[in-house]
Write a protein that binds this ligand. Structure first.
Ligand SMILES: *[C@@H]1O[C@H](CO)[C@@H](O)[C@H](O)[C@H]1NC(C)=O
Length: 392
């Protein structure tokens, strides 16, 4: 093909993309945003279910940085990653599905702190992933009622589906559960988690989902809670990460990576953005000063060595906790024993939005949200409808 034809095609292509972008409901022309997962992305769903303070964050000092006027149930000092992603996409904050009177015009967030892929993980205390999918079906029904089947299909096909889950399966679900450890060897357990995650992705695909974002699991053994456990069992207070927990996370991430690669070969019209949260944050934990932080080991809020006891807020089993003055000023990475500060959420969201391709791919979130397609999409995929067919 001559380069001038290519140029014309490119120009046409851009025109077609912009004119065919299907607006979500409401005023913003960004696609809708649906979120599934655990405390990394829960905007407060657990405030509305019967659970224990272990699985809640709707009390001080959560949310203390003042972005929201009170604790919202987010497990951080402020916003979480999906709040930033919504902002970059030009969307309002996507509400918790459980929030009474919530407006789902731009999407819904089904995530629940403590949730796992497997229903066995923290059973009875959280909204597990299969239940989050059922909740999504309710929103789907609402959408069909509101705009009709055809339009609803378009909205669901254009929407971005973000999934951040798995840590709890490996922490409480496996490491903290002797029965599971007896039933499964680590690699078999990982296979079970990833197998169930595959089913969820396929279910969403069958409902019309085509664009997915995935947040990989971080180095679990470096959470202040696990550093503290490691110190307690090894008698060595040097702050080493608990390797056994981090290995599970790494193995899971590798399995997810190949799963997504296979799925996209089978379902050729899937577009996804996976990201390497593990390496990204590990570098910050190991070299905080290089990245403008001061402390990659201790939690701003908690008790005991590394702030690793999960007592932040004094509403859980133990009442005592200490709290740093200002997580940002003092350069903390971890807000409590398990969860990072808002600043980490924001920096990661920014990275997730635009790349670099060493950490994010094959698409960036920006590409998923703006629908910008690369020429290779058409060249590589013979099944893709030829957008020029009607022009010739
Ligand atoms: C899903 O998880 C259950 C345990 O909850 C397990 O028995 C089943 O084999 C898993 N499914 C897949 C496809 O791995």
């Amino acid at each position: 093909m001559s380069s001038s034809i290519l140029l014309v095609r490119t120009a046409l292509l851009l025109g077609i993309i912009f004119s065919s972008t299907i607006p979500a409901l409401g005023s913003s022309d960004s696609p809708a945003f649906f979120v599934f997962g655990d405390s990394t992305v829960d905007p407060g769903n657990n405030n509305y279910i019967g659970t224990t303070p272990e699985f809640r964050a709707d009390f001080e000092p959560y949310g203390r940085n003042g972005f929201f006027d009170k604790p919202t149930g987010r497990f951080s000092d402020g916003r979480v990653i999906v709040d930033f992603i919504a902002e970059y996409a030009g969307l309002p904050i996507i509400p918790a599905y459980k929030q009474p009177g919530a407006d789902f015009s731009h999407g819904a967030n089904f995530a629940s702190g403590g949730a796992g892929v497997l229903p066995e993980t923290n059973r009875g205390m959280v909204i597990d992933l299969p239940t989050q999918l059922k909740d999504f079906e309710e929103v789907e029904k609402w959408l069909i009622e509101k705009v009709g089947t055809d339009k609803a299909k378009e909205v669901l096909r254009e929407a971005v589906y973000f999934i951040s889950i798995g840590s709890n399966d490996y922490l409480g679900g496996y490491r903290g559960n002797p029965e599971m450890r007896q039933r499964y060897r680590p690699e078999a357990f990982i296979g079970t988690v990833v197998g169930n995650l595959t089913s969820t992705i396929q279910d969403l695909y069958e409902k019309g989902a085509r664009k997915f974002g995935f947040l990989s699991i971080g180095p679990l053994g470096c959470l202040p809670a696990l550093r503290a456990q490691n110190a307690a069992t090894s008698g060595n207070n040097n702050g080493a990460c608990l390797e056994e927990a981090s290995s599970l996370a790494q193995a899971h991430n590798n399995a997810l990576k190949s799963l997504l690669f296979s799925l996209s070969a089978i379902f050729r019209d899937i577009k996804y953005c996976n990201s390497d949260f593990y390496d990204w944050i590990e570098d910050k934990l190991n070299n905080p000063a290089k990245h403008g932080f001061k402390d990659g080991e201790r939690a701003c809020c908690g008790a005991g060595p590394f702030g690793g006891l999960y007592t932040c807020g004094g509403q859980r089993e133990a009442k005592e906790y200490s709290l740093c003055k200002d997580a940002d000023m003092e350069g903390y990475i971890w807000f409590d024993s398990f969860h990072p500060t808002e600043r980490i959420h924001e920096e990661y969201a920014r990275m997730f939005w635009d790349g670099p391709s060493s950490l994010v791919g094959p698409y960036t979130l920006r590409q998923l949200f703006t629908g910008k397609r690369i020429i290779a999409d058409y060249v590589d995929d013979p099944k893709e409808e030829d957008p020029f067919a009607s022009l010739s």
